[in-house]
Design a protein around this ligand. Structure first.
Ligand SMILES: NC(=O)c1ccc[n+]([C@@H]2O[C@H](COP(=O)([O-])OP(=O)(O)OC[C@H]3O[C@@H](n4cnc5c(N)ncnc54)[C@H](OP(=O)(O)O)[C@@H]3O)[C@@H](O)[C@H]2O)c1
Length: 423
């Protein structure tokens, strides 16, 4: 069809409709090509690396939604054993359905959930100590830290029960605590195992205030808090790599566990939607009405997961020093110097250690108090039950006696009536 049409134009010149609308048609074609190319660009890179993941054990946080959910599906489809750390217990019916769905879609039955609320250091400790409390150490190939907390702009500061800002807790402190406890299990992996710890970050870290800046009062904003938590995560990630490298393995071989930072790029995920809609209903309505824009400018969650897949499977990232950064499925440089600053890293590590210790102490005191209250309530309930039991026993005895007296009375009346009849 196009070839005869081209010959027709060559022989007879363009038809009148084409001659009259030439510029309009050219503009339309240019616009469509431009938009198409823009969509290709904003969709981001695709991971072209493949690796058989059968037998590999992956711990992932945030694996139930957005980029984490897509990473879970892709890795499970390649055969990896997936351990999802989720806020809800595995018995939660929605979570159980979700896990079943992942198993069905990927044909991989080795997908499990473990409850870990990243807002609670105690919850993290309970899971991580159970994990390391295993001899020989459990196999661990990948730790993917995908969970995140993002307060919508315009909303106030959210704190945990212990007074830690929620964004700081989930995006940074929880990962610090989790890896701190899992560290022996990571370091104990055999030398021939390619172990990677993937930190998901965001380019907002570039604009973060320095870590020394305390964001309180008027200085706090949702965007700054998020950016600062990501910067802290990256500074910690580099310190964690140094901590791993400093370990003297019993076999004297070099460290085989490597930290990789990944910026997945802006994607249409629940937290991005919450951010764009400011967590409001009218915002959601606008978002849905103008959905073409986020669809055009943002990646799909699956494309967001591509750089994480690359960081998980690219062979070159399993060689040489750790602590590299990946964006759009390629290695990139860090945009800030303080990420590699030992003094900043040391201070962050020490401060975070102290904070975790303080929170855990407070949580332990609170648990002991709660336990005492629960024990007291149980004791009171037991006593009340015993008292009720005794009361019902006394009542039964009383009723029995009353019936006995009534019986005696009725039989003596009958006897008297009988004797009267006889006389
Ligand atoms: N989306 C983007 O445009 C973008 C851009 C740059 C970087 N990133 C980074 O990429 C990663 C994934 O982002 P995303 O947008 O895909 O996130 P998302 O869809 O909003 O998912 C966040 C996940 O974190 C989990 N989570 C939050 N608080 C938790 C808690 N207290 N305990 C346990 N789990 C908790 C959530 O679990 P529940 O479902 O139970 O809440 C959810 O699965 C994040 O690190 C994010 O910072 C994203």
């Amino acid at each position: 069809m196009p070839i005869p049409f081209i010959f027709h134009i060559i022989e007879n010149g363009p038809p009148p409709w084409l001659r009259d609308n030439f510029w309009l048609i050219l503009k339309s074609i240019t616009s469509v090509v431009f938009l198409g190319l823009l969509k290709v660009y904003t969709s981001g890179a695709r991971c072209l690396v493949e690796k058989d993941m059968h037998g590999k054990v992956v711990i992932i946080t945030g694996g139930t939604t957005g980029i984490g959910a897509q990473t879970t599906l892709e890795l499970a489809a390649r055969g990896a054993q997936m351990v999802l750390l989720t806020r809800q217990p595995p018995s939660d019916p929605f979570l159980a359905d979700y896990i079943e769905d992942v198993r069905r879609q990927t044909g991989n039955q080795m997908v499990y959930a473990e409850q870990v609320n990243l807002l609670s250091p105690h919850s993290i400790r309970k899971f991580a100590t159970r994990w390391i409390d295993n001899a020989p150490p459990r196999r661990l190939d990948l730790v993917i830290l995908c969970a995140s907390e993002l307060t919508p702009p315009g909303k106030g500061l959210v704190e945990t029960k212990e007074g830690v800002e929620a964004t700081w807790m989930v995006n940074f402190l929880a990962n610090f605590h989790l890896l701190g406890i899992l560290s022996p299990a990571i370091r104990a992996q055999p030398f021939d195992r390619d172990v990677r710890i993937i930190f998901t970050t965001c380019s907002s870290y570039i604009g973060s205030p320095p870590l020394e800046t305390v964001l309180d009062g008027k200085k706090w904003s949702a965007g700054k808090a998020y950016a600062r938590s990501k910067l802290a995560l990256m500074v910690f990630g580099q310190s964690f790599q140094k901590h791993l490298d400093a370990f003297k393995r019993p076999d004297s071989l070099p460290m085989n566990a490597r930290v990789v930072f990944v910026d997945p790029g802006y994607s249409r995920t629940p937290s991005m939607r919450q951010w764009l809609t400011r967590g409001s209903l009218w915002g959601l309505a606008l978002y849905l009405l103008g959905y073409l824009f986020p669809w055009f400018l943002l990646k799909s969650p699956n494309r967001g997961a591509q750089s994480i897949l690359y960081a998980s499977m690219e062979p070159s990232l399993g060689r040489g020093p750790g602590g590299k950064m990946v964006k759009e499925c390629m290695e990139v440089d860090f945009a800030r110097k303080d990420i590699n600053d030992d003094a900043v890293g040391k201070k962050l590590w020490e401060d975070s250690d102290k904070l975790i210790e303080k929170i855990e102490k407070e949580q332990a005191i609170q648990r002991a108090k709660d336990k005492k209250v629960a024990e007291k309530e149980a004791q009171e309930q037991k006593e009340a039950e015993q008292a009720a039991e005794i009361e019902s026993l006394v009542d039964t005895i009383k009723k029995g006696r009353q019936k006995e007296t009534e019986n005696q009375q009725s039989s003596s009346i009958k006897a008297r009536k009988k004797s009267k009849k006889a006389t």
